[in-house]
Ligand binder design. Sequence first.
Ligand code: HEC
Ligand code: HEC
Length: 263
Amino acid sequence: MKKFTSVCVLIFLAVWIAPSFESKEKGEIIAFAAAGPSANLESVARGGLLYDTWWKVVPGATEPKQDHPLWSSQTTNKRKGSVTWRCKECHGWDYKGKDGAYGSGSRYTGFAGIWAGAQKNSVDELAAILRGSSNAAHNFSSVLRPSDMTDLANFLKHGLINMAQHIDYKTKKPIGGDASRGKAQYSVCGACHGPDGKKLNFGSQKQPEYVNTIAKANPQEFLHKTWVGQPGSNPAMPAALVLGWNLKQVVDVLAYAQTLSEK
Ligand code: HEC
Ligand code: HEC
């Protein structure tokens, strides 16, 4: 009888606890934002680094000198050389190309975004696009290895942030960012960037550029880089995505970083 009771208790506990475990797990996967349960987060984050500046991430790669073959099909963005090979230069930090932040200004090219294509295509199809399946001039096989293309495709499928949901494009302020929560999260960043954000200067002595500067000037770039990391940085900047943060936490840090002085 005693045994029967304890079995009953066990069954009761199992039935009672199991759903709450399950829903917690589901909730977390959703909170992990775009990253789906089957995606390898490190591959997704590495894909994001490649999207930023692939030659800083691919072993042995050299920075291109000539313009990308597709670059001459536009005349509005006057930049030259290696930048024309960055995915972000043509498709934007918000992945929306001409329909996003690069829809005007000196970076306007008229090139389409990848947002819709990333939703619509499978990981394999996205990797094929990087081998020129839809446009021979969009073949990156001479500079990227198959594994790099897989990482990029995983990023496109599972790592993209819907920036317009998190940033007001007019004011450049985060939507729903909580600066006081962000302050607590920022302690992770402060270990390298300093408590005031000024320990690392990416600009020059005369024209300093701090994490604070990017937060205000280009919040889309800030979210992308905080989510996946900074290519080739030394020490290596961790990807919030791999640390297990959700997008809300990243947006909170953006809100806090915008309160830090730029001077
Ligand atoms: C020199 C500019 C340029 C660069 C650099 C570039 N692309 Fe593209 N990309 C294009 C153009 C142009 C298209 C075709 C858009 C269209 O369908 O009109 C395109 C299409 C795509 C598509 C298909 C979008 C869709 O909706 O079907 C994906 C995905 C893509 N690019 C990803 C990337 C990735 C990842 C990189 C970096 C490795 C990259 N691109 C680098 C210009 C560029
Ligand atoms: C382990 C050290 C480290 C940590 C932790 C770290 N970073 Fe970084 N971060 C760097 C380095 C190094 C660079 C590149 C500096 C350079 O290029 O001169 C960088 C670059 C950046 C950039 C890009 C600036 C640019 O102009 O390209 C942003 C944005 C940024 N970090 C934000 C953050 C945020 C937000 C956090 C916390 C979530 C964080 N970092 C945590 C080391 C770190």
